[in-house]
Design a protein around this ligand. Sequence first.
Ligand SMILES: [Fe+2]
Length: 374
Amino acid sequence: MKKFSVHPEICECATIKEFVESFQLNEDDLMLINKFTYHDFMQDLALPCQCIFYEDYTQGEPSDAVVTHMLQDIKDKKMKRVIGIGGGSVLDTAKLLCIKDAVSADDIYEDKIPFIRDKGLILIPTTCGTGCEMTCVSVIDRPKHNAKMGKRIECNFADHAVEIPELLSKIPHSVFAFSAIDALVHSMEIYVNPLSGTYNKVFCVEAIRLLIKNFKFVAENGPESKFDVMDEFLLASSYAGIALSNDICGAVHACAMQFGGQHHVSHGEANYRFLVPVFSVYADLNPKGREINALAGIIQRQMGIETDLAGTFVALDEMLNKITPRKKLREYGVDGERLMDYVTKVYATQQRLLIANYVKMTEKEFVEIYRRAY
Ligand SMILES: [Fe+2]
């Protein structure tokens, strides 16, 4: 049975001040936030809530050790709500702080305790791509598995996802580019996922349409022009996040999670490296496929081009290269003689995602994906 639902109540606030007043922040709230976001947007507001800063635990993406450290630090705090404000790392971590009696990452990722959320949860994105505010999944780095791993925890859908465009008004270009490309990957992968529901495809189509349209705008008008259309990038990210909360991504995310974990590459950046290689292999394996041709049609219309299926993904690659330069896996230190080792690890750690591939693929086809990305 296929199902579709939107879990968090979605709220739109023009400014962070409007959010603080509307949600009546108080001393029973614990906010997890980046220092730079706090200093840029909240320093003058005299927030009445408790705050912990993500950078006090790590400069990178969350890991087992980071989550455990944070859980230990907050276990004696009196709090009724957790408010996560940030990119995917902060939002995914904030979800994990809400689980009753969790004191370590292993408690959660090795199913050592029942999952009960005993605090309210509000998630506010400061990037335009991860869609983490809409989902109940938390991805963390698990060094003992040499990979990033995601876990779906049904009680961890936020009560409220709050969209505040003001928080994206100073986003660095690389953060914008990689997070927006992540949103494009979500919507493209879920659109062609054979297990995806019909209702979900509506959100994928609109996300793809908005993202391609606005990537084209930024590619033609320069990096600063993104601020003119940031509201549409944020909206597209939310649509893709709604899709992600209902269905899973496939081979792009599977490859990226393993590669990103092994080479310490951020989630969006890793996804970008595999997006076109995966879809070009899909196009080769199933050139008459209904969904992939419909997807190519959407991309062609928004880009204003006429080409064939393979040409569509070449054109997409060239446009994204103008947003942020493409980079090959070899530039990250991947050994071209050992691509099968990566594929073996993808199969060992990412089975959760591999069921959602558009075309059934063997390890040989995954090696071809790595070869094209290499
Ligand atoms: Fe993603």
